[in-house]
Ligand binder design. Structure first.
Ligand code: IMP
Length: 496
């Protein structure tokens, strides 16, 4: 007969934290949310840490280069989705590594031979009215000039007028040379009363644009996660099929950390993938998963995973449990894997960080997951709601929503994520849905509030860092009746 685990599997909503003594120095401003993301030996420092314990999901609808920059500015990491061609994914990684706060890789480019009609169409598409004109129309071609909305009048000019006849020509432009600092670029902008400054290399090829409005960016993000060259740290998702082609190109593009993206990670496919990567270059960092128990964790830790990801069936867009009857409540999974991580550390002296992936509904679930032993969390729905996610913002009723779809939905068709060695495409079935999530504004604002809540609760628990939460937090199970007690009750709410 099958072995039955008698304890029901539980999720975050079934637990609450109990306060510990809050000392006077235990205030949100003093809470440090940094946390390791790769394995390290006892007494040594991890080679890579996060400044906040959040990473964004390996999903088309969540993690592109735009999200990666926005999250790294705030101290976290995005894992750029792998359900695209290797070249496209590597290009996204490259864009993040090339990004420098305030230095924008131009996404609005035309050639001098294009027309005013092309200018208006591009403006409509990107929303940007300043366009760099290059000889070949590429973002790094020879700079021919610049067009802004002050260079033409829609009411007067004919739509087929050539750009070369109304742009500000290259020889008349004030430019900055590659290598100048943001401060120097802004000094030029102020001195010449410009709105933008093209940065060129010694052959007058366009490298970046600097816009007047971006100046304060650097100062507003003290937790930025940067490599030694001051580029943002970025991750990338891989699968257990085409890693021999994908991994070298991602690493070459500058990916700092990889993650095998799979719905179920306790498999020989993952072990082989990790072995191949470490044999190719032992310095490449790669996380694996997902697992939900001690056995799965130990298998991947022994296989050499740099971190292990937890969670099956708990994602907001996930229908794996319905489709396949496999999974486990996220809280039970995190608690068991955290115990396994500590046991592994005791035995081997190697700390393998664990990541709770999926199922975060309320901000306080982040704090619960940390208290339960997670070193960091991966979130999809949460990040999909912000301006910086790659998906469309749609008006629905009186408000806005953003699109959000699962990697196992027919929309993403990321079947490699569900790899069990079968190549019979006609037998593929969905494990995810296509949906909307409420729009939540900018990442900076939303994340700021979430993290402040996390820090506040940690202070209630008397904890100033995540390791202390692991050691000292106290949790209790709640009954269904006491869950009712937790929200406003027995009152008539105003404004409803
Ligand atoms: P969320 O934060 O609750 O939205 O969950 C995000 C997580 O769901 C991801 O990090 C993946 O682990 C998982 N996931 C993504 N796409 C799918 C899918 O189509 N089916 C099942 N799980 C998915």
């Amino acid at each position: 007969m099958a072995k039955i685990i008698q304890e029901p599997s539980r999720t975050f909503g079934e637990y609450l934290l109990i306060p510990n003594l809050t000392t006077k120095d235990c205030i949100p401003e003093n809470v440090d949310l940094s946390t390791p993301i790769v394995r390290y030996k006892k007494g040594e420092k991890p080679e890579l840490s996060l400044n906040i314990p959040l990473v964004s999901a390996v999903m088309q609808s969540v993690s592109d280069n735009n999200m990666a920059v926005a999250l790294a500015k705030n101290g976290g990491v995005s894992f750029i989705f792998g359900s695209q061609t290797i070249e496209e994914q590597a290009e996204m990684v490259r864009k993040v590594k090339k990004y420098k706060a305030g230095f924008v890789i131009s996404d609005s480019n035309l050639t001098p031979e294009n027309t005013l009609e092309d200018v208006l169409a591009l403006k409509q598409k990107t929303g940007h009215s300043t366009m760099a004109i290059t000889e070949d129309g590429t973002p790094d071609g020879k700079l021919a000039g610049i067009v802004t909305s002050r260079d033409y009048r829609i009411t007067r000019d004919s739509l087929d007028k050539k750009i070369k006849d109304f742009m500000t020509k290259g020889e008349d432009l004030v430019v900055g040379q590659e290598g100048i600092t943001l401060k120097e670029a802004n000094d030029i902008i102020w001195q010449h009363k410009l709105n933008s400054l093209p940065i060129v290399d010694k052959d007058f090829n366009l490298v970046y644009m600097v816009f007047r409005k971006d100046y304060s960016d650097d100062k507003e993000h003290p937790l930025s996660l940067l490599d030694k060259n001051k580029s943002y740290i970025v991750g990338a998702g891989i699968n257990s099929r085409d890693y021999a082609e994908r991994v070298p190109q991602l690493v070459e593009a500058g990916a700092d950390i990889l993650c095998i993206d799979s719905s179920e990670g306790y498999s020989e496919w993952q072990k082989d993938t990790i072995a191949w990567i470490k044999n190719y270059d032992k310095n490449i960092k790669v996380g694996a998963g997902n697992v939900v128990d001690r056995e799965g964790f130990r298998y991947l830790a022994d296989a050499g995973a740099d971190f292990v990801k937890i969670g099956i069936g708990g994602g907001s867009i996930c229908i794996t449990r319905e489709q396949k009857g496999i999974g486990r409540g996220q809280a039970s999974s995190v608690l068991e894997v955290a115990a396994a991580r500590d046991e592994y550390f005791e035995e081997t002296g190697i700390y393998v960080p664990i990541c709770s992936d999926g199922g975060i509904v309320h901000d306080y679930h982040v704090t619960l997951a940390l208290a339960m032993g997670a070193d960091f969390l991966m979130l999809g729905r949460y990040f999909a709601r912000f301006d910086e996610s790659p998906t469309a913002k749609v008006k629905l009723g009186s408000g806005y929503v953003k699109e959000y779809w699962g990697e196992g939905s027919n929309r993403a068709r990321n079947w490699a994520r569900y790899d069990l060695g079968s190549s019979k495409k006609e037998l593929q079935f969905e494990e995810g849905v296509d949906s909307y999530v409420p729009y939540a504004g900018t990442l900076d604002d939303g994340l700021g509030i979430t993290l402040h809540k996390v820090k506040s609760t940690m202070c209630n628990c008397g904890c100033k860092n995540i390791a202390q939460m692991h050691a000292e937090a106290r949790l209790c199970l709640v009954s269904s009746t006491s869950i009712n007690e937790g929200s406003a009750h027995d009152v008539i709410l105003k404004n409803q």
